[in-house]
Design a protein around this ligand. Structure first.
Ligand code: PEP
Length: 244
């Protein structure tokens, strides 16, 4: 199976000029790979990626309604019409700004209805891990974010779940691959109570770089990676994409 490598550019870079040069450097370098590469730039730069070959396009968030009086929002359907096929949902940087599992659930539903692949992010904070609550937190996030979403909805696309421990994001302190594997098996156990596992892909995210990327796929058994900081470095990101 092709690993899925998702580049989360977050709110970077700061200008269209920089975005153009980053895009051009990255797209030249990642030509030879058998992984599924997905770029999730800020929505303002999505147009740069349209009609380009060799990778998929994604967004970092969406609203759950298709259209209407929701100033400042963008819908899954609109993102689909721009060529997006993946949408990251419930990222911890959004949960920190008040996004709840209830809104994430509505978004997952809308992304599936629009025929796109949701990438549901879950992960515990440092404090929750120190209190030994990591499994409880993940279970709660999974069950609440998927509540009422039937197996039938997953029939065409399926669902990606990204395990992203909050303490590993952007810190340079990735989760140990053995621990990451334990968490992945736990996620599978929880999800298997709701959906057939062949509809679910589990990704790891949190300080992934070209030196540790392989471990999560080949040793821990993840189906892919969600890459933040390293996706903004063309050299580093191309090395990651060529590992598989
Ligand atoms: C992310 O933001 O999803 C992420 C994993 O970031 P980083 O790779 O920088 O830790």
């Amino acid at each position: 199976m092709k690993p899925i490598i998702i580049a989360n550019w977050k709110m970077n870079p700061a200008s269209l000029k920089e975005a153009k040069s980053l895009f051009s450097a990255v797209s030249k370098k990642i030509k030879k790979t058998s992984s599924e590469i997905v770029f999730c730039p800020p929505s303002a730069y999505l147009f740069l990626f349209q009609k380009k070959q060799g990778f998929k396009l994604g967004a970092q968030n969406c609203h759950w309604e298709e259209r209407g009086a929701f100033t400042g929002e963008v819908s899954a359907l609109q993102l689909s019409s721009l060529g997006c096929s993946y949408i990251i949902l419930g990222h911890s940087e959004r949960r920190k700004q008040g996004e709840t599992s209830e809104t994430v659930k509505n978004k997952v539903n809308s992304v599936l209805e629009s025929g796109l692949m949701p990438v549901l992010c879950i992960g515990e904070s440092r404090e929750q891990r120190d209190r030994g609550e990591e499994q409880k937190v993940l279970e709660q996030q999974i069950l609440e974010s998927l509540e009422g979403i039937s197996q039938n909805k997953l029939k065409t696309k399926g669902l990606c779940i990204a395990y992203e421990p909050v303490w590993a994001i952007g810190t340079g302190m990735p989760c140990d691959p053995e621990e990451a594997q334990k968490m992945m098996l736990f996620i599978k156990k929880v999800v298997s109570g709701i959906y057939p596992l062949d509809k679910i892909k589990i990704l790891y995210g949190g300080s992934v770089n070209s030196k540790n990327a392989e471990e999560y796929i080949k040793e821990s058994g993840y189906d892919g990676l969600l890459v933040g900081g390293s996706s903004l470095d063309p050299e580093e990101f191309s090395k990651i994409s060529k590992l598989f």
